[in-house]
Design a binder for this molecule. Structure first.
Ligand SMILES: [Ca+2]
Length: 284
């Protein structure tokens, strides 16, 4: 965040002051981290200690006999690229791009390409072993189609990982798949429990050329008492896509980290890119 106006933060702070001043009233949630990319760039993700402190970027590109790939994040200047900012979107955001030509059945994960913006300071250090809300706005400039086989294809947009000792693994990821007509929809994958894609309560086409958000309530728990709730929404409304409870959401003794990604086994057309802005983490 820069020092320019932060209406959401200011509103939240005013609310905290108000609620704390009222004895017996439960303190309402506050925004504890916010990335508006107005510095400009990705530095909000690392605050307050610089690159790799509160968060990090992780890029990977495949290499195989059939092709190669790369992925990365770059500054988006809304005015220059002719894309309207989201509400309170300022001048800048991030573009997440991946290029993947390694689309083969052999070891598809190893032959994937992805860029991932990680944030761990709040779930790992400040508010461990508890629930937080995670929210980020997306803009997809066109429709993308997963290529390859349904047996192994994936496109991971948001994920929560847990690290303990030498293991760092995904627990839940929100992936995009295509309907039979090609439209994109979100689906949540439980990577540790059933190791399956879970049936959603609702499916809403991922909008094209329109800002929308994904919001999650993720309760980091090492026993089967965690919660995962996912909403898809916009300025007008939001819909609950998933409502899980009684699930394990981290390793015993492990931490939790969150990332927003463009990480896939292969998409068409190439390169595949979309935009994000106004990511936030807040307490319940
Ligand atoms: Ca912005």
């Amino acid at each position: 965040m820069n020092n320019q106006s932060r209406p959401l933060v200011h509103i939240a702070m005013a609310c905290i002051v108000c609620c704390v001043a009222t004895a017996g009233v439960r303190t309402q949630g506050q925004i504890v981290w916010f990335a508006d990319h107005e510095e400009p760039g990705e530095f909000d993700w690392y605050r307050p200690g610089g690159v790799g402190f509160g968060g990090a970027k992780s890029d990977s590109g495949c290499s195989s006999d059939t092709g190669a790939g790369w992925a990365g994040t770059s500054l988006a200047v809304w005015r220059d690229i002719g894309i309207p900012p989201p509400i309170n979107g300022g001048e800048f955001g991030l573009m997440l791009t991946s290029l993947n030509s390694c689309n083969t059945e052999q070891s598809p994960t190893a032959r994937s390409a992805g860029t991932r913006m990680f944030r761990w300071k709040e779930p790992q250090w400040d508010y461990p072993n508890q629930a937080l809300y995670y929210k980020v706005w997306f803009y997809f400039p066109q429709n993308y189609r997963l290529t390859g086989s349904p047996n192994w294809w994936f496109w991971n947009i948001v994920q929560w990982k847990s690290r303990v000792d030498a293991s760092s693994d995904v627990f839940f990821s929100l992936n995009v798949y295509n309907r039979p007509n090609g439209a994109m929809v979100f689906a949540l994958r439980d990577a540790q429990g059933c190791q399956c894609t879970l049936d959603p309560l609702a499916t809403i086409d991922v909008p094209i050329n329109e800002w929308f958000y994904i919001e999650a309530y993720y309760n980091s728990q090492a026993l089967d008492v965690g919660d995962v709730r996912i909403w898809q929404g916009n300025e007008a409304s939001r819909t609950l896509l998933y409502d899980l409870s009684g699930v394990r959401t981290k390793y015993p003794g492990g931490d939790t980290s969150w990332s927003v990604n463009n990480y896939s086994s292969g998409l068409a057309p190439q390169p595949a890119y979309f935009f994000i802005d106004n990511a936030e983490i807040r307490t319940p």
